[in-house]
Unconditional design. Structure first.
Length: 228
């Protein structure tokens, strides 16, 4: 049977046909995804989770082995970070049929997908909003090793609400510092033949006034390569 949900913005019926081969839904997995958004948008998140195909694997939540980066504060409320999710990509539902807020939430969730190409495809929709959770998902992408995704974020800089990123920075200084540390770490490991100041993740964070001055300071100040 089709799984129908009303979109809440005009009464259209949104349906997705379940595949017979699709894994059954796992309520505990959906609950993990809900934790990535504030409680006030629970109804929207529930609707989005219902549209996502089931997965045999639960999401991997974020955070380091020392407990850093596992949660942040959005609008004064603690939410959890998602490391990776494994739900198959929606193929039968055009996101244009969804209300904009729900379509953006769906894109944010898929921006944590295990497939980097899937993550990159979410950017045009995920970044086209002033939602207060957007900075979290953007910073997670910048703190990873796929520089092509960071370069895509840089192309969409004009869409981003800098005030939302500054508010996120002020509420979550440790998470922002951790992201800066990850940027430097991946840069030194994979991209040290270029200058840090030319590295797309650094450029985006600097443009959004997010870079923590003491992180990578000697390479930023000298504009030098990572192996000098």
């Amino acid at each position: 049977m089709p799984d129908g949900r009303r979109d809440g913005a005009g009464g259209r019926q949104i349906e997705r046909q379940h595949s017979l081969s699709e894994p059954p839904r796992r309520p505990e997995a959906d609950d993990l995804l809900r934790r990535a958004f504030p409680e006030r948008v629970r109804e929207d998140v529930d609707a989005v989770c219902e549209l996502m195909p089931g997965s045999r694997f639960s999401p991997v939540m974020g955070g380091t082995s020392k407990g850093r980066g596992g949660s942040v504060r959005i609008g004064g409320e603690a939410v959890q970070t998602i490391g990776r999710l494994y739900n198959p990509v929606l193929e039968t539902l055009h996101t244009g049929a969804l209300p904009p807020d729900r379509a953006q939430m769906l894109a944010c969730l898929y921006s944590r997908h295990a497939d980097g190409f899937v993550r990159e495809r979410q950017l045009p929709l995920a970044l086209n909003t002033e939602a207060p959770w957007t900075p979290l998902f953007v910073l997670q992408l910048l703190g990873e090793y796929v520089v092509e995704i960071a370069a895509t974020v840089e192309r969409y800089l004009a869409r981003l609400d800098q005030s939302a990123f500054v508010a996120f920075r002020d509420a979550n200084p440790d998470f922002v510092a951790l992201t800066c540390e990850r940027v430097v770490s991946y840069w030194r490991c994979y991209y040290a033949s270029t200058r840090l100041v030319d590295h797309p993740p650094y450029r985006v964070m600097a443009a959004l006034d997010l870079w923590t001055g003491h992180v990578g300071g000697r390479w930023v100040e000298r504009g030098s390569h990572g192996r000098r």
